[in-house]
Design a protein around this ligand. Sequence first.
Ligand code: ZN
Length: 201
Amino acid sequence: MDSSSLLGQLIEAFRCLPGVGPKSAQRMAFHLLERDREGGVQLSSVLQAAMERIGRCSVCRDLTEEEVCRICANDRRDSSLLCVVESPSDVLAIEQATGFQGRYFVLMGRLSPLDGVGPAELGLDELASRLRDNPPEEMIIATNPTVEGEATAYYLQRMAQKSGVGVSRISHGVPLGGELEFTDQSTIAHAFSSRQLVAEK
Ligand code: ZN
């Protein structure tokens, strides 16, 4: 395939998606060109708008097209509970699986010094100010049970304790090495409701 042709560029562009190799990229490009041009145009316009307009919530760092996301803007959410997760997909998983009515903080990653991800990249300064200025009764740590997720959880726990905030962790049922977003809803619901208190307020 001539990579300078438009077709070549289209195939190459699909490869930015996770898990998409040359073969799948080709299949997607041909599918749109041969069978679904309307879908392709729709995809490109929504993609363009989303990339331009979706940013981060100034309070919780979750993805949003507003300055403040819907959850943070909702006065009825319980400010005494703050759940810390790794990614926006974890917020979605918890919202869908549990009746959690508290608030969130989204790290957008996990501590990974070798990849250059430290406390600053995860917005932990913002989290520290939030714990100081608007402390919850309980901070629920819902990082993934991977090695890096555990290290991040430990760091968060120390932060909360320093600020005099109670800490709990979800752990039960989420399989070790598993990712929250790929865990089924009843498991997440159970993990959430049976969370363990790590430190008293
Ligand atoms: Zn928010």
